[in-house]
Ligand binder design. Structure first.
Ligand SMILES: CC(C)(COP(=O)(O)OP(=O)(O)OC[C@H]1O[C@@H](n2cnc3c(N)ncnc32)[C@H](O)[C@@H]1OP(=O)(O)O)[C@@H](O)C(=O)NCCC(=O)NCCS
Length: 142
């Protein structure tokens, strides 16, 4: 499925490159979910786990590093289904919260995350791309 993921990534992100997925997957032990429609990969979600310490003790947080849908299949609810299923899996795996970063101008993605209850925590620079400003957003699962 990697060639399909690379194709969707190249189309969806101006600053991405193919080496990044493989490189970061190896470093962070990324988990991939893909959504398939009629035998075709139409979207993917990639996340990794990060231990965090809270007043409850050590917890597992997931960081969604990428979510994207094939340009020809956008606006049909695929990202929503992908994110819903991903969140269900994360809950089953005892993940306490989800963190992600989104460009402040990426309204489709911001609307999508807000629909799931993600909250803007702060603005950060150089995470979504060089000199780009993005929101850090979080969704608590417990
Ligand atoms: C963001 C993205 C994943 C959305 O995928 P999608 O399959 O088109 O989204 P869905 O059809 O499931 O839409 C779900 C919700 O997202 C929001 N949304 C999606 N596209 C939108 C748009 N063009 N404008 C405003 N809101 C939008 C809406 O809240 C929508 O719910 P609604 O239909 O009830 O209004 C897709 O646009 C994409 O791949 N973009 C390029 C990659 C990217 O920017 N990823 C996010 C990086 S953080």
């Amino acid at each position: 499925m990697l060639p399909e993921i690379h194709r969707i990534q190249a189309e969806g992100f101006k600053y991405e490159n193919q080496g990044r997925i493989v490189k970061y997957s190896n470093i962070f032990r990324n988990i991939f979910y893909v959504i398939i429609s009629q035998d075709k990969v139409v979207g993917y979600c990639i996340y990794y786990l990060k231990p965090v310490f809270s007043f409850r003790g050590f917890e597992k947080q997931s960081v969604i590093s990428e979510i994207a849908v094939d340009g020809n299949f956008r606006g049909r609810g695929f990202a929503e289904r992908l994110l819903k299923e991903s969140i269900e899996e994360m809950k089953l795996n005892g993940i306490s919260s989800i963190l992600l970063y989104v460009d402040i101008n990426n309204q489709p993605a911001i609307r999508l995350y807000e629909k799931f209850g993600f909250r803007e925590i702060k603005k950060v620079k150089n995470v979504c791309g060089q000199k780009e400003i993005c929101y850090e957003m979080e969704l608590g699962l417990i």
